[in-house]
Design a protein around this ligand. Structure first.
Ligand SMILES: *[C@@H]1O[C@H](CO)[C@@H](O)[C@H](O)[C@H]1NC(C)=O
Ligand SMILES: *[C@@H]1O[C@H](CO)[C@@H](O)[C@H](O)[C@H]1NC(C)=O
Ligand SMILES: *[C@@H]1O[C@H](CO)[C@@H](O)[C@H](O)[C@H]1NC(C)=O
Ligand SMILES: *[C@@H]1O[C@H](CO)[C@@H](O)[C@H](O)[C@H]1NC(C)=O
Ligand SMILES: *[C@@H]1O[C@H](CO)[C@@H](O)[C@H](O)[C@H]1NC(C)=O
Ligand SMILES: *[C@@H]1O[C@H](CO)[C@@H](O)[C@H](O)[C@H]1NC(C)=O
Length: 840
């Protein structure tokens, strides 16, 4: 290089004035695309201009890539970043002042290295498409391209799916998943021995395929139900699943749960299903190769639900329309029930009287009642029914009506000074306001000096205390509500005293009593009768009237404490608030004279054990009290009567002891001071003797008897002991008695007489007044002679004693005491000693 420059310098120095000479530093240059190089043109002589010309013959003017730089005798052409088109012969022309020009040329050859342009990897294709795997390689001269797959060269045989296209791209017909893998594109430039390759990964994408195991779903709203939709997808790459409802993508939320599982399974769970959740859902699977979608359907059933049912108020006589609206899926049928009678109405139905009619459609039903009556008031039930359930609601039909007066007492009676309540009662809906009027004036609710108004719901009392005649007359009660106004007229009339009672009659007249009965007066004078006054007097003695009054308004009164065999007169008058009315006509009657009692009335009743009980019915005593009842009784076989006296105030008599299985005749007479009644006859039969077992014995005997038996046994033992003593040792009580007997033989009779006198009660005189003697229990426990208790009931022991007097039998509980009662018997002077059985 240095040599050359030196040479050029030599040329310049020695040949300047000579001919123009032009030279270029290089005369043939090879250049690869993209390289940059420069060429220097040198002119010897005296050039005035040096220019470069392109291969196309155009003078080169500097631009961005190609720059000409001339400086004195030298001009430099720089080509940056060469391109194929830059190739050709470049000329450098120099001209001198004389117009002579010389030129030199340089040949620029540009070649292309092997270059892979935009060889993408991986390259993706849809399954089934004809794939073209691009391998864009250039060079100059053009390269030879071969393809390799799995280390084997792809040879383009006819009918093969693999073809290398003239563009060097590889075509794979109907590319499949199996064709995936790395393909090698190799390019060679024979001229330069240049070789290069690219490995291209081929991917085959499979569009999604969707399958839906279940397409339609049922659910019931508002039962916290959930539904899970499932979509199964396949495809490559794995598709993305998105869910849509009514066109909106569903995102994970409280209500929606999205899940993706192995095997391409995707689920959407809709929780807490509501009616609005029903409808079509969509499952969409998508990947690079495409997308696929499938519809699922959720049918939401909704329980029937009545959404609208209102209370209705109708005016009497008008029409009432009750509507009931229900929702639900499926839409429910609506029916009605009238609570008052349980009658049901369905769609299109009419009641018998044609007043009630039901029409409905599309979940709405209208019950129409024309000419509403008060009886239509009450509850109506609307029921909505569908396949999946029912719902019922009730409403009330209220009926408004103008006031209706409830009272039809329109006349009230009073007298001056006596307040009276004129009552005006009204039924109405809504409640009525009530007013009282006299003529044209309204009585103020505060009342006046003698008028007060007491108002309660539906009732107004006008309390009038009449002070003068002017207060009597007509009063108007007016009731008004928003339906209408009504009035009722009341009359306050002067009350009068009652008229006289009539038909005074006497009944049940006896010695001392009489019953007055009468008919109530025809007129009570306008106010109720309070009571009646009965006047009566003894006509003979011209007495003052004696007065009796009824309790309340009974029309019969018993007059008592009358004198027997006396004539009385009687009259009656009625009394009401106004005063006492006229007396009735006077009626006279005579009380009965005193006489013997009427025959007694008895009723028999079996007693306990060997006793018989006779009930004594209160009877007409003839005007004087019954002193006593005389009961005589005997068996059929016996000749003698046994007698029992019972005080007149008793209401029963007990006959005992009696014999078993025997018929008895009884004759009962009553006695008052006037004398004896006619006898009453009575018969009864004593039953068979009952079996005596220990139980019945003891129960029959009672505690006393059992005790008696025990004492007897003890005595018997003592006697045995005593007797044995008497014979064996000549000692003991028996020994003692025998000795005494032998010495004093007369003592017994006196002693027994004493005893009897001590126990007996005697008639004092002929007055027949009973003398009472009570014995105590100890005195009569045993009869030592026969070891049997004196009070044993089955033992009748007639004693030959003087008359003994009947004990007073006492009524009530006293009788229950086991006291001894002695009864006088007057036929044979014998006395029965009896014990009033405690069980009587
Ligand atoms: C949903 O309900 C309809 C109507 O009752 C019935 O025909 C259908 O079989 C039901 N479907 C399912 C999945 O239960
Ligand atoms: C309808 O009337 C009934 C009885 O009068 C009452 O208990 C109920 O509250 C009323 N309902 C409505 C919605 O007013
Ligand atoms: C009114 O009087 C009539 C006949 O006296 C009677 O049948 C009816 O029950 C009475 N009405 C009232 C509300 O008292
Ligand atoms: C009238 O009715 C009122 C209210 O009930 C009562 O206070 C008053 O005593 C009554 N008057 C008469 C005379 O009954
Ligand atoms: C009651 O009212 C009616 C109608 O207004 C009237 O004809 C009548 O005279 C009134 N009676 C009284 C006592 O005010
Ligand atoms: C009743 O009285 C009348 C005269 O007052 C008299 O004659 C008659 O004897 C009396 N009768 C009796 C049973 O007392």
């Amino acid at each position: 290089m240095i040599l050359k420059h030196t040479c050029l310098l030599g040329l310049l120095l020695c040949g300047c004035q000579a001919v123009l000479q032009v030279s270029i530093s290089l005369n043939k240059v090879e250049m690869s695309v993209g390289e940059s190089k420069f060429f220097t043109c040198t002119a010897i002589g005296e050039p005035v201009s040096i220019n470069w010309f392109s291969p196309q013959g155009e003078r080169i003017i500097s631009n961005e890539r190609v720059i000409v730089h001339t400086e004195g005798v030298r001009s430099r052409l720089t080509i940056y970043n060469a391109i194929i088109e830059d190739a050709g012969i470049y000329r450098c022309q120099a001209a001198d002042a004389k117009g002579q020009s010389q030129e030199a040329t340089v040949v620029l050859e540009i070649y292309q290295k092997l270059t892979f342009r935009e060889v993408k990897t991986p390259q993706e294709f849809r399954q089934g498409d004809d794939a073209e795997v691009v391998c864009d390689v250039i060079s100059s001269p053009v390269p030879a391209v071969s393809w390799f797959y799995k280390n084997r060269e792809i040879t383009s045989e006819p009918n093969s799916r693999f073809q290398v296209l003239p563009t060097n791209n590889l075509q794979i017909l109907k590319v499949g998943k199996a064709d995936e893998g790395a393909y090698r594109c190799e390019a060679r430039v024979e001229a330069r021995g240049e070789i290069d390759f690219r490995d291209i990964v081929v991917q085959v994408n499979v569009p999604p395929v969707l399958s839906v195991p279940q397409q339609s779903f049922n659910a019931t709203a508002d039962y916290q139900e959930s539904v899970t939709f499932t979509c199964v997808t396949s495809g490559s790459p794995d598709p993305q699943v998105t869910w849509y409802w009514k066109g909106h993508a569903i995102e994970h939320s409280e209500q929606y749960v999205l899940n993706t599982m192995n095997g391409g399974k995707s689920t959407l769970t809709v929780k807490n299903i509501k009616q609005t959740d029903g409808g079509p859902y969509m499952c969409r699977a998508s990947n690079k190769a495409g997308s696929s979608e499938s519809q699922l359907f959720l049918k939401v059933f909704v329980q029937p639900h009545i959404t609208q049912l209102r209370n209705v108020t109708a005016v009497e006589g008008s029409a009432a329309m009750i509507s009931c609206t229900a929702e639900g899926e499926p839409l429910p049928e609506i029916s009605w029930r009238r609570a008052s009678d349980g009658h049901s109405f369905t769609d299109g139905e009419k009641s018998k009287d044609g007043r009630v009619e039901v029409r409905g459609r599309h979940g709405k039903s209208m019950l129409t009642i024309s000419g509403v009556q008060l009886s239509d008031w009450g509850r109506f039930d609307c029921e909505a029914l569908s396949r999946i359930g029912g719902h019922q609601k009730s409403m009330f039909l209220d009926i408004e009506y103008a006031p209706k007066f409830q009272t039809n007492q329109s006349i009230f009676y009073s007298w001056e000074g006596n307040p009276v309540n004129i009552s005006c009662e009204v039924k109405s809906n809504p409640a009525a306001t009530m007013l009282w009027r006299r003529e044209r004036f309204t009585i103020s609710s505060q009342g006046t000096s003698n008028i007060r108004i007491h108002s309660t719901d539906g009732r107004s009392l006008l309390e009038v205390t009449p002070v003068s005649d002017r207060d009597f007359g007509r009063y108007n009660c007016t009731a008004r509500n928003n339906i209408g106004a009504r009035y009722q007229e009341f009359i306050l009339a002067q009350a009068d005293v009652p008229s006289s009672p009539y038909s005074v009659r006497m009944t049940a007249v006896s010695q001392r009593m009489a019953t007055v009965s009468f008919m109530k007066p025809d007129s009570h004078g306008g106010v109720p009768i309070s009571f009646y006054i009965i006047n009566y007097r003894d006509t003979s003695s011209a007495q003052e009237w004696r007065s009796a009054r009824t309790h309340g308004v009974q029309t019969a009164v018993v007059l008592t404490s009358l004198e027997p065999n006396t004539t009385y007169e009687v009259r009656v008058s009625a009394v009401n608030g106004k005063g006492q009315g006229e007396f009735s006509h006077t009626e006279s009657f005579q009380t009965l004279p005193i006489r013997e009692p009427s025959p007694p009335t008895v009723h028999g009743q079996r007693g306990v054990g060997k006793a018989y009980r006779l009930g004594l019915v209160k009877q007409d005593d003839g005007g004087m009290p019954i002193v006593e009842y005389i009961l005589k009784y005997k068996t059929d076989k016996e000749e003698q009567w046994m007698t029992k006296l019972v005080p007149g105030m008793n209401d029963f008599a007990l006959l005992q002891p009696l014999q078993w299985n025997t018929r008895y005749n009884v004759e009962i007479t009553a006695r008052n001071v006037k004398g004896l009644s006619e006898p009453t006859y009575f018969q009864f039969l004593m039953p068979q003797k009952p079996d005596i077992t220990a139980d019945s014995l003891f129960s029959g005997l009672g505690v006393g008897a059992v005790l008696g038996v025990g004492v007897c046994v003890l005595l018997l033992l003592l006697v045995l002991l005593d007797v044995s003593c008497f014979f064996l040792r000549q000692c003991g009580l028996l020994m003692c008695i025998t000795r005494k007997l032998c010495s004093k033989k007369t003592s017994t009779s006196g002693k027994s007489k004493e005893l009897e006198e001590g126990k007996a009660a005697y008639l004092v005189d002929g007055s027949k007044e009973p003398i009472v003697k009570m014995r105590t229990e100890e005195e009569r426990v045993t009869n030592p002679e026969d070891c049997s208790p004196v009070n044993e009931p089955n033992e009748t022991t007639p004693l030959t004693e003087p008359e003994k007097l009947p004990l007073k039998e006492e009524n009530g509980k006293e009788v229950l005491k086991p006291d001894l009662i002695e009864i006088k018997v007057h036929t044979d002077n014998s006395i029965h000693t009896k014990q009033d059985d405690s069980k009587a």
